[in-house]
Design a protein around this ligand. Structure first.
Ligand SMILES: NC(=O)c1ccc[n+]([C@@H]2O[C@H](COP(=O)([O-])OP(=O)(O)OC[C@H]3O[C@@H](n4cnc5c(N)ncnc54)[C@H](O)[C@@H]3O)[C@@H](O)[C@H]2O)c1
Length: 394
């Protein structure tokens, strides 16, 4: 059978994870890893030596990989600033792209990547592996089918992203404005900032962000965030995150006039009102009456294939035109949300309507970059990435 030939650009922790734990381990259907690329020759050699079955060709320049004719598709797994630029080079050459999260550091570059995808017609997806989690997929379906009625409140407390100082000191780009473009919002939270709008079905209309910069670590960027969200119907929300708290919490709650969904500890709880709470309130004739409520058992398909699910879906889309699970152009939404919270944080909590003005965001980011310094790496850490993918895994 025909196979899709993949190249991986960026053989750091995540690139090596895809190469060794997915391709070399035989978890990528109808796919072969034919090329790998890293600007760091030592990392490239070490990664290549660990892949005796796939034996991919090695490149130190992503353009050489793209032009080699050895790959039909690439996975872009370099630090964030490089995502749009490298993806655009691949798309312009007609090479299909799986872009790592986040889609980019700022929305202007991501919009240019989306335009390149539209022009090229090549396949384009984002590594939004957490969307494959059956709990989030079911939450989205229930909300889309009217199961919670009119939206009233969205609350996500995701404070179990604990990271220690050694983690930050392990790569020069981490938690610097110039190297990474942000902190916990851009590194740990892109999945939640994507799910927040994908599950609820809409973006907040505006946000106010309150951030602590280097609050818990010796870093430049935010490691503590509380954001207030306002939706177009007046519903409100809170998004709270940090890398400085342990054990932390991961609780995603969406409430409406018809009920409430809570996703926590690998369980999705659905409490459904017997009547719409606003209609009940208008018709009530005694002081403390409230709508009856039932806990509805939530059934899911039990599937949560994560990164392999995204790669296998993309391969099936390319080979058999199966529906694409994640349209790559949707990556801009999480970046818009992240930019708006970050901008508000810099502006001491000013309310920012979405999408934030792209040029204003870039000007503020550039101002932070002027004094930004890449980190001195104290170690060449090689991590087992499977332990880092967050508590949302079922
Ligand atoms: N989807 C997920 O679950 C998940 C999990 C972790 C990390 N990530 C993402 O993966 C990306 C990489 O993270 P990481 O932890 O592997 O970082 P890392 O620092 O370990 O690896 C990045 C690698 O990219 C290489 N590189 C830099 N510029 C390059 C270029 N122009 N061409 C080729 N190689 C280049 C570096 O030498 C390094 O080896 C980040 O964007 C991160 O957000 C995704």
């Amino acid at each position: 059978m025909e196979r899709i030939r993949y190249g991986i650009i960026g053989m750091g922790n995540q690139g090596r994870h895809y190469a060794a734990s997915l391709f070399e381990a035989g978890l990528c259907d109808d796919a072969a890893l034919t090329a790998i690329c890293d600007v760091d020759e030592k990392k490239l050699a070490a990664a290549g030596a660990a892949l005796p079955k796939q034996a991919p060709a090695r490149f130190t320049d992503h353009k050489a990989l793209i032009e080699s004719g050895l790959a039909d598709a690439v996975i872009v797994a370099v630090p964030h600033y490089g995502h749009p630029a490298i993806s655009i080079d691949a798309l312009n050459a007609g090479i299909h792209v799986i872009c790592e999260k986040p889609a980019g550091v700022y929305a202007k570059a991501v919009r240019e990547m989306n335009e390149a995808a539209e022009r090229s017609g090549a396949g384009f997806t984002m590594m939004f592996n957490q969307r494959t989690n059956c709990l989030y997929r079911r939450m989205r379906e229930i909300i889309r089918d009217g199961g919670i009625g009119e939206l009233q409140r969205v609350t996500w407390i995701i404070t179990d992203w604990y990271r220690n100082q050694f983690y930050y000191d392990s790569s020069s780009w981490r938690a610097t404005w110039a190297g990474e473009g942000g902190g916990v919002l851009i590194n740990q939270c892109p999945h939640q900032l994507d799910l927040l709008q994908w599950v609820v079905g809409e973006q907040p209309a505006s946000v106010r962000g309150f951030c602590g910069y280097g609050r818990w670590h010796r870093i430049e960027t935010e490691d503590e965030v509380t954001a207030y969200l306002t939706y177009k119907n007046g519903a409100t929300g809170v998004f709270v995150t940090t890398t400085g708290e342990s054990p932390g919490t991961n609780r995603f709650e969406v409430s409406g006039t018809r009920g409430r969904l809570v996703c926590e500890n690998g369980v999705l709880q659905y409490d459904k009102n017997r009547e719409d709470s606003l209609a009940f309130s208008a018709a009530a004739t005694t002081m403390f009456a409230r709508p009856g409520c039932d806990r509805i058992p939530v059934e899911t398909d039990g599937k949560n294939p994560q990164h392999a699910g995204i790669i296998n879906n993309f391969t099936a889309y390319l080979l058999k035109r199966e529906p694409l699970f994640v349209d790559g152009r949707e990556g801009i939404r999480g970046v818009e949300l992240m930019n708006a919270i970050e901008l508000s944080g810099w502006l001491k909590g000013e309310e920012i309507a979405l999408p934030a003005d792209e040029d204003r965001y870039l000007a503020e980011l550039d101002r932070h970059n002027l004094t930004s310094r890449l980190r001195e790496t104290k170690c060449e850490a090689v991590a087992d990435m499977s332990a880092t993918f967050g508590s949302a895994k079922k």
